[in-house]
Design a protein around this ligand. Structure first.
Ligand code: 13P
Ligand code: SF4
Length: 304
């Protein structure tokens, strides 16, 4: 694939800075196309944890760059737009979590990585949409508190005998997808399989053929015999799905499956960040240490 002049300039700066560019699957296509690694939250954390690069340019949202800073305190972690946040991450604060923990003494707290470093620091273990069920089932005891995504917790409850206590947070983008929108898209594309993200509401998951994280969707489609897919997650992933599977067709069930925060970073911001080595995301050591323990416990949970 031929790169634009700006994309090539970014690749040149990445080499000059001994930097790696990590991009989430929802990022604009022109950024995903020049990334060293694209993936879901779990894959991005794992890649950040093991890269020998000195600088990580994180194209995603703030909590993802923070996770990289938690894992790699000796590296420079750049987030080209510091204002790229996450609606869901803002639905839990350290204070509100401490108050809930006091009501549930001894119950382990499983925190979705879509949360601030300070909230992770209050947690026993992290999870992502790719490993939530495995993480919950790896814990001792018969109860867990899952924060902040109510929908991910309800999804996990389907696959565990433990009692899952809910938190009232959600992703406003995924939570807005309705079952009616999915059924209408299905009626228009009767041959298509419906792939849903666990951040969708239970009634949407009820009509899904497959429920996966974003990386899980990409690997599912790669090996699937079907030709058509309805994609129940943020539209950015359709760029890579279509690139990797040129003969297959992808439909979004809603025009509203667009995360404005994931679309904030433009090529020009990436270039500026590399030239200026800013903005840098750091996590204070008193928060980083307990947050790292929660992230590392997650990374140590064996795969099935
Ligand atoms: P994944 O970990 O599945 O990529 O999801 C991240 C996210 O922000 C979903 O809204
Ligand atoms: Fe957060 Fe939702 Fe955007 Fe993911 S899609 S970054 S959960 S607001």
């Amino acid at each position: 694939m031929a790169l634009s002049a700006q994309q090539q300039e970014i690749r040149d700066w990445l080499a000059k800075r001994q930097a790696i560019l990590l991009a989430h699957n929802y990022q604009p296509g022109e950024i995903q196309d020049i990334a060293d690694f694209t993936g879901d939250s779990l894959g991005l954390s794992q890649t950040a944890a093991k890269t020998p690069a000195r600088v990580i340019v994180f194209c995603g949202v703030h909590f993802m760059a923070e996770t990289a800073a938690i894992l790699c305190p000796d590296k420079t972690v750049l987030l080209p737009r510091l204002d790229a946040g996450c609606f869901m991450a803002d639905t839990v604060t350290p204070d509100s979590l401490r108050a809930r923990k006091a009501e549930l003494p001894g119950v382990p707290v499983v925190t979705y990585v879509n949360s601030s470093a300070a909230v992770k620091a209050e947690s026993d273990i992290c999870c992502t949409s790719a490993n939530a069920v495995r993480v919950v089932n790896s814990l001792p005891g018969d109860q867990v508190l899952m924060v902040p995504d109510r929908n991910l917790a309800l999804y996990t409850q389907r696959y565990t005998a433990k009692k899952v206590h809910l938190w009232a947070g959600c992703c406003n983008i995924h939570d807005a997808l309705s079952r009616e929108e999915v059924l209408a898209c299905r009626a228009a594309h009767p041959q298509a399989l419906f792939l849903a993200h666990p951040e969708c509401r239970p009634e949407v998951l009820d009509v899904a053929d497959v429920i996966r994280s974003t990386a899980g969707m990409l690997s599912y489609v790669r090996q699937a015999a079907q030709e058509e897919f309805i994609i129940g997650t943020e539209k950015g992933i359709i760029h890579t799905l279509a690139k990797e599977n040129p003969t297959k067709r992808f439909y979004s069930p809603s025009d509203h499956l667009l995360c404005p925060d994931m679309k904030k970073i433009a090529l020009t911001d990436v270039l500026t960040a590399l030239r200026d080595l800013a903005p840098i995301v750091t996590v204070p050591e008193d928060i980083r240490q307990p947050a790292l323990a929660a992230v590392n416990r997650m990374l140590a949970v064996p795969r099935d």
